[in-house]
Design a protein around this ligand. Structure first.
Ligand code: HEC
Ligand code: HEC
Ligand code: HEC
Ligand code: HEC
Ligand code: HEC
Length: 512
């Protein structure tokens, strides 16, 4: 065994022991309103040490995931993973900034207006660092916990707490080639190769997950939180940027051991399928979010008749309330789902859901009905009838799950999908964020379908959308408020859907 390898294998157990010796568990109640880090659970609620895998910190990953060593090359590992993930994350990925920005001027203002300290408050840390909502935080002292969190959205924020798998996961004979995904998940590794799990993980922060304490509330927006962009999973994976090798370049034997168990979608148009699945996951997660608040309000009303809990404005369509009172108004031209003046659902997750629908054949009718029942429930009274919103959200969740399950296995009809995208773009006068989703989705398909990618006319219409909708996310590691946010706010302010109808129509006419 070369010395490098020996060093690697010897020092891991030592590191792990150090972590475990230091480890006294911290529990911060799940599902409670996000509490300050100082609010530790009492000893009685501290869970068993072996109950959960614990965070070890991304500095523990650096040693092996920075340069591949000779043994990695000899054993063929570098044909399916680069083993340079750490520097990629540190130098190119904005997630490594996520904690630092909580100390910046923007956050200080938010903190002052909300009366909180962003760098220690769970309201912010839940999405800007690892998630300590249940039992995964191993550090005993505030200092150690602060050190873990100061790493930002680090490796384990996505891959899961590593204490249980750190020591064994690098051994293909004990791990990669042996264990099915469920066994890895049981040890705390998040199965990010599964397109549903992956989208769910990203959306927990980029759309929100109330039981995990991850919500950009209206209060935060009003205090100055930058607008969180709509999220198309394949586009955002590319923009992170990726630190993994695409499944289709990995050797067949690796795919067999490594991928097939997690998802059987091996044929062409893999990303298109994942985009459609991601759309259904987005609408499912949105239903969970709006359903969560509706349930809270319904329960409060049941307890004290007439005294409803306050509603969370950020789960509704922002533009229902925030728009210029101009004439002509594209919103008036577009028309309303129901009575004007009753804030409807946020539009972009529903548009993505419609794309998933267009791809998922047999479940179309029942999911469409469930989506309609949400619109109806929201139209019944201002902010919706809580019990009916909650019921509709639960049905959407259920129907989405069925559609997702069938979409994993059915063939994707890319032409149908492109048609659906162009039709919504040209005819439904979508709002800015929805139009962006359509543009991103179109691009995912375009890049996978040679006939679309090669057509010069398509490229021209596509460029109109790309530039007008600010579709290109900046690749460089630059603060979102310096680059993405000004770009999207400028495009959103200038946006008129009818300006783009022509481009969508042209695209549709070119579809083979
Ligand atoms: C001792 C060296 C070492 C350390 C420390 C290490 N890794 Fe790895 N990791 C590897 C090697 C080598 C592989 C490839 C194993 C194989 O051949 O399947 C790997 C594979 C992985 C995989 C793919 C797992 C799978 O199921 O196939 C992930 C994800 C990963 N590492 C994340 C991490 C994270 C996150 C950390 C820090 C918490 C970390 N690693 C720490 C060496 C290490
Ligand atoms: C639900 C998850 C979530 C919560 C909770 C959250 N944020 Fe954010 N925050 C994000 C995301 C996602 C972005 C990136 C926005 C984008 O580009 O779409 C972001 C961006 C930011 C930025 C801009 C970063 C940059 O690169 O310029 C600041 C500052 C910020 N958040 C501060 C806060 C503060 C302070 C809190 C607590 C009051 C908080 N956030 C709570 C998800 C969250
Ligand atoms: C924002 C989420 C996120 C963060 C942070 C993150 N990863 Fe990943 N990582 C992913 C996703 C998504 C994949 C791709 C899974 C796939 O499609 O195969 C991946 C893939 C990998 C792989 C290839 C194995 C595989 O499952 O395909 C390794 C190794 C890895 N990451 C290590 C790391 C390390 C080390 C860090 C920290 C330096 C890190 N990751 C940080 C999301 C993340
Ligand atoms: C723990 C919460 C969390 C998770 C999980 C997460 N993100 Fe993020 N993401 C953030 C925050 C916070 C930011 C803003 C970082 C900053 O600029 O400080 C961000 C920023 C980004 C950006 C930059 C956006 C821009 O406008 O330039 C991309 C791209 C991105 N995330 C993609 C992903 C993808 C893909 C996944 C899933 C594999 C994912 N994220 C998972 C919290 C998260
Ligand atoms: C039901 C109506 C309603 C919805 C929906 C709504 N807001 Fe607001 N918003 C308000 C009101 C009322 C104020 C307070 C206005 C004031 O202070 O002048 C406000 C204030 C704000 C402010 C600070 C005031 C300003 O003009 O700078 C921001 C930023 C903001 N909202 C963002 C959002 C975002 C982002 C969404 C969607 C996620 C959203 N709002 C959804 C009604 C709404």
């Amino acid at each position: 065994m070369p010395t490098q390898t020996l060093f690697r294998y010897l020092s891991v157990p030592l590191l792990l022991t150090a972590v475990l010796l230091a480890g006294k568990l911290v529990s911060i109640g799940m599902g409670e309103p996000p509490a300050d880090l100082g609010n530790r659970a009492s000893a009685a609620t501290v869970p068993q040490r072996d109950a959960a895998s614990l965070y070890v910190g991304s500095n523990k990953c650096e040693r092996c995931h920075t340069h591949p060593i000779d043994d990695d090359k000899r054993s063929g590992r570098t044909t399916f993973m680069t083993l340079t993930e750490y520097p990629k994350w540190l130098h190119e990925d904005k997630h490594s900034l996520a904690y630092d920005v909580l100390g910046g001027t923007n956050s200080l203002q938010i903190g002052r207006l909300m009366g909180i300290a962003p760098q220690t408050d769970r309201k912010c840390l839940s999405c800007h660092s690892v998630d300590c909502s249940s039992t995964q935080c191993s550090e005993a002292s505030d200092a150690a916990l602060a050190a873990l969190r100061s790493l930002g959205v680090s490796c384990e924020a996505c891959h899961g707490p590593a204490s249980k798998w750190l020591r064994v996961h690098d051994d293909e004979k004990a791990w990669r080639n042996v264990l099915p995904p469920q066994a890895k998940t049981a040890q705390g590794l998040v199965d990010l190769r599964d397109p549903v799990v992956r989208a769910e993980k990203c959306l927990s922060c980029h759309l929100g997950n109330a039981p995990e304490g991850k919500v950009v509330t209206h209060e935060m927006y009003a205090a100055g939180h930058p607008p969180v962009s709509g999220f198309e999973v394949e586009t955002f994976l590319d923009a992170m940027p990726t630190h993994w090798m695409p499944a289709d370049v990995q050797p067949g034997e690796i795919q067999k051991h490594y991928l097939d168990r997690a998802y059987p979608a091996k044929e062409k148009m893999r990303k298109t399928r994942f985009m459609a699945i991601g759309g259904l996951v987005a609408v499912r997660e949105y239903a969970r979010l709006i359903g969560y608040y509706a349930k809270t309000r319904a329960t409060a009303q049941a307890v004290v008749a007439g005294a409803g809990a306050s509603t969370e404005l950020a789960v509704y369509d922002c533009q229902a309330c925030h728009h210029e009172l101009t004439l002509p108004s594209w919103r008036q031209v577009r028309g309303y789902h129901g009575h004007p003046g009753r804030p409807p659902a946020r539009a972009w997750p529903l548009v993505l859901g419609n794309l998933g629908l267009a791809a998922s054949g047999e479940h179309q009718a029942s999911l469409r009905k469930a989506l309609q029942s949400l619109n109806d429930a929201l139209d019944r009274q201002p902010f919706g009838d809580p019990a009916q919103v909650a019921a509709a959200a639960a049905r959407i969740e259920e129907e989405c799950q069925k559609a997702i399950d069938s979409l994993r296995l059915t063939d994707i009809n890319a032409t149908d999908l492109v048609r659906a995208i162009c039709r919504i773009g040209a005819q439904e006068l979508p709002d800015y964020e929805s139009a962006r989703q359509l543009g991103w989705a179109f691009d995912v398909i375009r890049r996978e379908a040679p006939a679309l990618a090669a057509d010069a006319e398509i490229a021209k219409s596509w460029a109109v959308l790309r530039d007008g909708l600010a579709l290109q996310l900046p690749k460089e590691k630059e603060l979102v408020v310096n680059k993405s946010v000004p770009q999207t706010l400028t495009a959103a302010a200038a946006y008129r859907p009818e300006t783009f109808s022509e481009a969508w129509r042209k695209l549709e006419s070119k579809i083979p």
